[in-house]
Design a protein. Structure first.
Length: 126
């Protein structure tokens, strides 16, 4: 079994020494995606809903590079710097899934890279 390290210009470049995603066995591990527009490299403006939506767009761009969709996601982890944003993040998050939602964790953290307020990572099944 050979691991594959994925990269797409349709999602923001890594801000450190890590891969956008790694495919191993029947799983794809997508690194945490921040609300950064891949074309400008800037954090998107707006509320937590807009920021979570950009995180998910970035996740989907990486999944597409592997030939996958949101239907392949089996686990998500959401990191928030303010749990008061939970409802707004849920609004955006729900737009990307149908029935049979993936398992999910959501935690509040003190700080995220680039001082963003939300970051989303996923695990997908091939």
């Amino acid at each position: 079994m050979t691991d594959q390290y994925l990269h797409t210009s349709n999602a923001p470049a890594a801000v450190g020494p890590y891969s956008q995603a790694v495919k191993t066995g029947n799983l794809l591990f997508v690194s945490g995606q921040m609300p950064v527009d891949p074309e400008t490299g800037e954090v998107v403006k707006g509320n937590a809903t807009a920021k979570a939506a950009q995180c998910m767009k970035n996740v989907l761009a990486i999944l597409a590079q592997a030939g996958l969709t949101a239907d392949n996601i089996i686990k998500t982890t959401i990191f928030l710097t303010d749990m008061n944003d939970f409802g707004q993040v849920n609004e955006a998050y729900a737009d990307f899934f149908k029935e049979n939602y993936p398992a999910r964790s959501c935690v509040e953290v003190s700080r995220l890279p680039k001082d963003v307020s939300v970051e989303i990572e996923v695990v997908a099944s091939l």
